[in-house]
Design a protein around this ligand. Structure first.
Ligand SMILES: Cc1cc2nc3c(=O)[nH]c(=O)nc-3n(C[C@H](O)[C@H](O)[C@H](O)COP(=O)(O)OP(=O)(O)OC[C@H]3O[C@@H](n4cnc5c(N)ncnc54)[C@H](O)[C@@H]3O)c2cc1C
Length: 401
C-alpha cells in the first residue's frame, strides 16, 4: 500500500531535501520532542541542526545565500517538521514570513542588509500585528509610528509574538498617519517597521521591552511574548519598502504564504496522530483481539487517513498555485481551514483510540492534543478563513442576471 501524503511530480532536488529533513525529524526531533515540551524548553540543539540543513534560508534567493526553493518545497519541509514537533515549525515560520516580506517588498538596501544573515539563521525574524485588544480585526491597530526628523518614534503594545524573545528582527505593523490625509481608510495608513533588537527578555533596546514568555496550553518550547514600545526610535530607512502606508498589504501578503504554512503544520500533526493511532490500535487488545480488528476502530482509522490525504492535497494545491505566480488566497484559505479542522479531528480520534492512556503524559498523543488547537487560531481563525473564502466565491460566481 502507498504511504499517506505522497506528493506527485517532485524534482530530484525536492525529494532529496525532503528525505534529509524526514531523517532529521525521525532521528533528532521525535525522540526528544515530548520531554522538551513537558519542560517548556527551547530546542536549541534542534535549531542548530536546522541551520546546518539550510532551512532558515530555504526560500531566500540564492543571490542572498539561500537555497532559492519554492513555497511547495518549504511547505513539505514544514509538514515533515510538524510531524516531529509543531513548535519547531513555529520557530522557522515567522522567520520565513519576514524573509518573504523582505524579498517581496524590501528596498535593495534592506534585502542586502538582512537576507544573507537570515539565510544563515544569524538574524532571526518574528512578525507582530496582534495587540491585546485585537487579532482578527487588523485594521483596528492602535500602535503608532510618528515621524521625527530622520526617525520614527513608535509607541504601543503588541501581543502574541511568536519568537518574541529569540528573534533579532521584528516586522511590526503600526498606524502611521504621516502623509495620509484625513479620512484615509485605516488599512491605507499602516506601515511595517523593521525593528532590530537583541534576543532575550526585559529592555532589549531603549524603548523596547519583551516582558517574558506567555504560559501556554501547548505550542511550548517556542517563546510567545508581548512587545511594548515606549518611545522606540527607528531610523526612517527601516520602513519596509521605504514608503509608509503599505504595511497592511505587505503583512497580508506575508500572512497569505503563512496560511499555506499553517495548513502544512496541520497536515504534519495529523499524520503523526494517524501513525500513533494506527500503531496503538494493533497493539492494544480488547475482547480477545487487537482493537484494530473492531470495525468501529477501523472506521476511525479510515476516516483519519482520508482526512490526512485530503488536507495534504489541498495544501499542495495552494502552494503550487502561489509558485505558479497566480493569486492563491482562495486556495490558501481553504487549505488552512480544512487542514486545521481535520488536524483537530484526527488528533481527537487518535486520542480516543488510546483510551485512558491518551490522557497520560507518557504518551505522545497527549502533547498533540494540546498542540492542535493552536492551528485553529494562528494566521486567522476558521471564521476569518471562511470570510476570505466566501468573498472570493462571490467574486468568481457573481450573479449576472
Ligand atoms: C500561540 C499563538 C501565537 C501567535 N503568534 C502570533 C504572531 O507571531 N504574530 C501575530 O501578530 N499574532 C500572533 N498570534 C495572534 C493570532 O493571530 C490571533 O490570536 C488570531 O488572529 C485571533 O485573534 P484574537 O485572539 O484577537 O481573537 P478575536 O479576533 O478577538 O476573535 C475572537 C473570536 O471571534 C471570532 N470573530 C472575530 N471577528 C469575527 C467576524 N467578523 N465574524 C465572525 N467571527 C469573528 C474569531 O474567529 C474568534 O472565534 C498568535 C496567537 C497564538 C494563540
Amino acid at each position: 500500500m502507498a504511504r499517506l501524503a505522497q506528493t506527485a511530480g517532485l524534482s530530484d532536488v525536492q525529494q532529496e531535501i525532503l528525505s534529509t529533513v524526514r531523517a532529521f525529524v525521525d532521528k533528532e526531533i521525535i525522540p526528544v520532542a515530548t520531554q522538551l515540551e513537558h519542560r517548556d524548553e527551547y530546542p536549541a540543539e534542534i535549531v542548530e541542526g536546522l541551520k546546518e540543513l539550510g532551512l532558515f534560508g530555504l526560500m531566500i534567493p540564492e543571490e542572498y545565500g539561500g537555497l532559492g526553493e519554492s513555497l511547495l518545497t518549504y511547505a513539505l519541509c514544514v509538514e515533515e517538521i510538524a510531524r516531529g514537533w509543531m513548535s519547531v515549525s513555529g520557530i522557522i515560520n515567522t522567520h520565513f514570513i519576514v524573509a518573504y516580506m523582505l524579498k517581496q517588498h524590501g528596498t535593495q538596501e534592506q534585502k542586502d542588509t538582512f537576507l544573507p544573515r537570515m539565510a544563515l539563521g544569524e538574524v532571526r525574524g518574528a512578525f507582530s500585528m496582534s495587540e491585546p485588544a485585537l487579532g482578527s480585526d487588523v485594521a483596528a491597530i492602535t500602535s503608532k509610528g510618528v515621524r521625527d526628523g530622520d526617525e520614527y518614534v513608535l509607541n504601543g503594545q503588541k501581543m502574541w509574538l511568536t519568537n518574541g524573545g529569540t528573534s533579532t528582527l521584528v516586522a511590526v505593523l503600526c498606524r502611521s498617519d504621516e502623509g495620509h490625509p484625513e479620512g484615509t481608510p485605516a488599512h491605507k495608513s499602516m506601515t511595517t517597521f523593521l525593528v532590530e533588537k537583541e534576543p532575550g527578555f526585559g529592555e532589549v533596546r531603549p524603548g523596547l521591552t519583551i516582558p517574558g514568555k506567555i504560559d501556554k496550553m501547548g505550542y511550548k518550547g517556542v517563546d510567545t511574548t508581548e512587545l511594548i514600545m515606549d518611545g522606540l526610535h527607528i531610523p526612517a530607512n527601516r520602513v519596509l519598502g521605504g514608503a509608509t502606508g503599505r504595511g497592511f498589504y505587505q503583512m497580508m501578503d506575508g500572512v497569505e504564504v503563512g496560511r499555506v504554512n499553517v495548513a502544512a503544520r496541520g497536515c504534519g500533526v495529523a499524520q503523526r496522530a494517524f501513525e500513533l493511532g494506527v500503531s496503538y490500535a494493533q497493539q492494544r487488545h480488547t475482547f480477545g483481539k487487537p482493537i484494530a480488528q473492531h470495525q468501529a476502530i477501523q472506521f476511525k482509522l479510515a476516516e483519519m487517513a482520508t482526512k490526512v490525504e485530503a488536507a495534504h492535497a489541498m495544501m499542495v494545491n495552494a502552494a503550487r498555485k502561489k509558485d505558479s505566480g497566480e493569486r492563491n488566497d482562495l486556495e490558501a484559505g481553504m487549505a488552512k481551514y480544512l487542514a486545521s479542522e481535520y488536524c483537530k479531528e484526527v488528533v481527537e480520534d487518535a486520542f480516543r483510540i488510546h483510551g485512558g492512556y491518551g490522557f497520560s503524559k507518557e504518551y505522545e498523543i497527549e502533547r498533540l492534543y494540546r498542540e492542535a488547537p493552536m492551528l485553529l487560531i494562528g494566521e486567522g481563525t476558521a471564521e476569518i478563513q471562511k470570510m476570505i473564502i466566501g468573498r472570493r466565491l462571490l467574486e468568481e460566481y457573481r450573479f449576472q442576471g
